[in-house]
Design a protein around this ligand. Structure first.
Ligand SMILES: Nc1ncnc2c1ncn2[C@@H]1O[C@H](COP(=O)(O)OP(=O)(O)O)[C@@H](O)[C@H]1O
Ligand SMILES: [Mg+2]
Length: 346
């Protein structure tokens, strides 16, 4: 953005004791806003063997570029290596090989700068039971060296819907409130990059909507957001770019629209008002399948077939539609589609 580009100042001497806090408006060491908020090249991690456990390759050479300002989804099944990658970014796990740059700062050469540039919300919910939300945020801001006048404790509490719980005992917070407080802690130093590791796993629908909307707000304000999820739907709804990671490797990385186009399959289930002895022949020709006497499923390609055409065909067959649902392809479908050789697509 032109306004922030004009704010660019020359970089601070890198040996400085007090690094300039990287922020969405502050430049990377190059003196410019970085093109990529996070750059990962050849990243590998093998967890060493322990007593009864063999060594485990968690990351097998990851290359990834997260454009500044993007809402980036890291999608993969359990055990894919998502948390390992996030924990390396957070400085919590030591990598075995490769190079990682956060906001232009190499994590090996400038670990403090890199850590100031990123806020990480861990997958595990752990909470210090002795501090109220306000105290927890203040303490965390202190750890990051944010001077009291620059703190945004009240703003963060309000944005996360925790204002009325600001001084409550942490033990009295619900699971959803704790998760929001963890997000707040990741934001105290106003990092340009926010990383959320499975923010909505095990979270109820209402809180999920709240979290999504807050993440969107942050992204709209210029924060680069990287989130991991094993829900295809979540990545598709929220992210503008998605990398699919499986067994420690990136199997696909593209804009959400392009990726979804490559997946291009949905299921429409229509519940009809009457019990059907058999599927009307015209519907079989459209790929319909009778799941039970009242439910017809259509597996279709959204790029080629419109839902309204399927509905029209059902009505033309003289059936009354009582209800309908559509389902996205599953993550398993996504893997199959994306790892299948080119040209093998249906
Ligand atoms: N501390 C650890 N020690 C040994 N193996 C680990 C450790 N953490 C994760 N792993 C293994 O590394 C692989 C990737 O795990 P993880 O990064 O947690 O994946 P994800 O977050 O995608 O579910 C898994 O096989 C997991 O069992
Ligand atoms: Mg994980």
């Amino acid at each position: 953005m032109a306004a922030s580009e004009s704010n660019v100042r020359p970089p601070m001497p890198l040996g400085s004791v007090a690094p300039r806090v990287p922020s969405p408006r502050n430049p990377s060491p190059s003196g410019r806003l970085p093109e990529y908020a996070v750059e990962i090249a050849g990243l590998a991690k093998t967890y060493g063997a322990r007593r009864r456990q063999a060594a485990k390759v968690a990351l097998a050479g990851i290359d990834l570029q997260v454009p500044r300002g993007s809402l980036f989804g890291l999608l993969g099944p359990n055990g894919a290596g998502k948390s390992t990658m996030i924990n390396i970014l957070a400085g919590l796990v030591a990598k075995s090989a490769g190079r990682v740059t956060i906001w232009g700062y190499d994590i090996d050469r400038f670990p403090l700068h890199a850590r100031q540039a990123i806020g990480v919300v861990p997958q595990e919910l752990h909470m210090d039971p002795f501090f109220s939300p306000r105290e927890a945020l203040e303490l965390h801001a202190g750890l990051f060296g944010v001077p009291p006048a620059a703190r945004r404790t009240d703003e963060i509490l309000a944005a996360l819907g925790l204002a009325d719980k600001a001084d409550a005992y942490a033990r009295s917070l619900s699971g959803g409130m704790r998760r929001r407080l963890l997000i707040g802690k990741a934001l105290v130093h106003n990092p340009p990059v926010l990383v959320l590791d499975e923010p909505t796993a095990g979270v109820d629908v209402e809180l999920r909507q709240q979290l999504w909307s807050y993440v969107r707000t942050l992204a709209a304000r210029g924060t680069t957001v990287l989130l991991t999820t094993h829900y295809l739907e979540e990545a598709e709804t929220l992210c503008d770019r998605i990398a699919i990671i499986d067994r420690g490797q990136v199997v696909a990385c593209d804009t959400t629209a392009a990726l979804v186009r490559r997946l291009d399959r949905k299921t429409l289930v229509i519940i009809v008002a009457d019990r059907l002895p058999a599927l009307p022949p015209g519907l079989a020709a459209l790929g319909g399948e009778l799941l039970d006497p009242c439910r017809i499923a259509f597996l279709y390609q959204p790029s080629r077939t419109r839902v309204q055409d399927l509905l029209a065909a059902v009505q033309a067959a003289g059936l009354a539609v009582a209800d309908l649902t559509t389902e996205e392809g599953t993550l398993e479908d996504a893997f199959l589609a994306l790892t299948r050789p080119l040209g093998a697509a249906a």
